[in-house]
Ligand binder design. Structure first.
Ligand SMILES: [Zn+2]
Length: 128
C-alpha cells in the first residue's frame, strides 16, 4: 500500500521499463528541473501533456495547422482570417504575422505534439 496522500497504479512492465530507461538516461538534466525520482518524472510528463492539451483545446477551433516544414509552420487563423507563418529564427520561434516571439500562434505551435517533437529535437523550448 502506498503511504498516506499517495495512490499507486499498475502498468505493464514493458511500459515501465521504457519510461524508466528514458528517466535513467536523462537523470542529470531532469534533476536540474527539480525532478529527482522516477515518480516525479512521470508526474512531470503528465503535467506537461495536460498543459499542452489545455493549450490545444483553447486554440483548436480558432487556429488550424496548414503545413509543417522543417523550420516553418503555417497556421490558418480563423479569427483574423489570416495565414500566420511561424518560423525558426536564431533558435527561437518567430511569428511573421504578429512580428512577435510570443504570440498565441507560437503557443499553438508548441501545443502540436508532432511539431513539439521536432522543436525539442532542435533544442527549441517554449519559454513560458
Ligand atoms: Zn502570431
Amino acid at each position: 500500500m502506498p503511504k498516506a496522500g499517495f495512490k499507486s497504479i499498475t502498468i505493464s512492465e514493458s511500459i515501465y521499463d521504457r519510461f524508466y530507461d528514458v528517466f535513467d538516461k536523462n537523470k542529470q538534466e531532469l534533476s536540474r528541473k527539480g525532478v529527482n525520482s522516477f515518480a516525479g518524472y512521470i508526474t512531470y510528463l503528465l503535467e506537461d501533456v495536460m498543459q499542452k492539451d489545455r493549450t490545444f483545446a483553447r486554440y483548436a477551433p480558432k487556429l488550424e495547422k496548414v503545413a509543417v516544414d522543417d523550420d516553418r509552420v503555417v497556421i490558418k487563423d480563423n479569427i483574423k482570417n489570416r495565414i500566420a507563418e511561424v518560423v525558426v529564427q536564431n533558435g527561437e520561434l518567430y511569428c511573421l504575422l504578429c512580428e512577435e516571439k510570443d504570440c498565441f500562434h507560437i503557443g499553438f505551435v508548441f501545443s502540436l505534439p508532432d511539431v513539439y517533437e521536432i522543436l525539442s529535437s532542435k533544442g527549441i523550448k517554449h519559454t513560458k
